[in-house]
Design a protein around this ligand. Sequence first.
Ligand SMILES: Cc1cc2nc3c(=O)[nH]c(=O)nc-3n(C[C@H](O)[C@H](O)[C@H](O)COP(=O)(O)OP(=O)(O)OC[C@H]3O[C@@H](n4cnc5c(N)ncnc54)[C@H](O)[C@@H]3O)c2cc1C
Length: 424
Amino acid sequence: MPIREDVVVVGGGLAGSMAALSAAETDASVRLVSYKKSTLRFASGLIDVLGYPNGDGPVSNPYAALGSLPDDHPYSLVGEQAIRDGLALFDEVTGDRYRGGHTDANALVPTYGGTVKPTARYPEASAAGLASDDRPMLVVGLRSRTEFDARLVADHLSAAGVPFDVHGAELSFPREFRADAKITRYAKALDKDEEVRFGGRSVGTREALAETVKPRLKGAERVGFPSMLGDEHASEVREELESQLGAEVFEIPMGPPSLPGLRLEDALFSALDDAGVRISTGNPVVDYETDGDELQAVYVDRKRTRVPYHADEFVLATGGLVGKGIDSDRERVRESIFGCHVPHSSDRYDWFDEEAFGEHPFAKFGVVVDDRMRVLDADDAPQFSNLRAAGAVVGGADSTAEKSSSGVSLATGVVAGRGAAASI
Ligand SMILES: Cc1cc2nc3c(=O)[nH]c(=O)nc-3n(C[C@H](O)[C@H](O)[C@H](O)COP(=O)(O)OP(=O)(O)OC[C@H]3O[C@@H](n4cnc5c(N)ncnc54)[C@H](O)[C@@H]3O)c2cc1C
């Protein structure tokens, strides 16, 4: 029997998840089709809405800065209410896992490089680390994890003028792993509270870690670790460390793989399940079928068999250059599935700025959409009557520089998903 839904969303990242959840708010039948894991496994898990518009900033209130964005920016197209709607849906999905919804202002979250990042929503696990808090802080690093240098992070934070005393300490994790062990291995040891030999006794990893940190506290009232404090039982791990240390414990986002990102991905997929969205993952969409200007089906390559997924409405949420929704070679830039129009200079030397930190045109590459997120062709007419786009596949924002990636995915995801459901 052919697979048929009201709405098919292609892409399982933040944008695709939001689009599918929004479409499923109606009684539409929705299917999300995704190839690989999304970029959330590399991302910090922070939800940035707007931190540095047009290279300025950091801004305290992202909404107040929206007016300065160019007309073709996704935020200018969808408007402030769509950003608020996207965040409201995100808050509903993540519940008490995330904080920041009490205010329009950006929170300032320490990063693993020792900078402070303006962000709209942050994991509950990072809450005790906010830079607006003046309690003294200890940053803990592990000697075996050279990618996170606690002393450097502390020095950078001090140099940035944070309103609290901060010092760093490098420790040995109380359990030995292979030199190339993934961060998830550390998280698992803490999740399971694996027994280790410590001080001549056999104790759980959590207690041993707390005992290792204790002599370094030196009056710190909060202790930051790289994000590694458990996966499935992360709150439990943190609470136990807090009670043993007598100080609040928080995680500093890092990756890859990023535990905050992976935890967020799990939360999104469980919300999709709860909302009745059908999920097909692991195989790419490689082709499509049309009738006139209307899309009829997308084709998924399942072990070299092409399986059609029919729908009335489609949402493209396949990511940007990193997620592979946008593809480029030496000659041109294109959208990977439908070959949708991606404006770019024919001279590839114009794709980059000469300055490494300059304004690179490639950062804004993506499909062109209207205010309903319908994908437009080179003549500004809908490419297909029933195709919308959301997230990093949409052009017009330099979201890495302006720190708006997740906000763009939330806002455009909601507009595309609701628009698709309303058009059935
Ligand atoms: C290293 C890194 C760090 C980041 N840090 C932050 C941060 O600190 N703050 C922040 O707000 N945002 C951050 N982001 C951005 C954020 O995580 C998302 O990348 C962004 O929201 C875009 O999401 P998306 O859903 O559009 O795309 P993606 O996350 O790229 O998801 C695209 C999905 O489409 C699927 N797909 C692609 N092609 C096909 C196909 N042919 N068939 C089927 N499925 C397909 C992919 O498998 C994937 O599931 C970061 C991103 C990266 C890469």
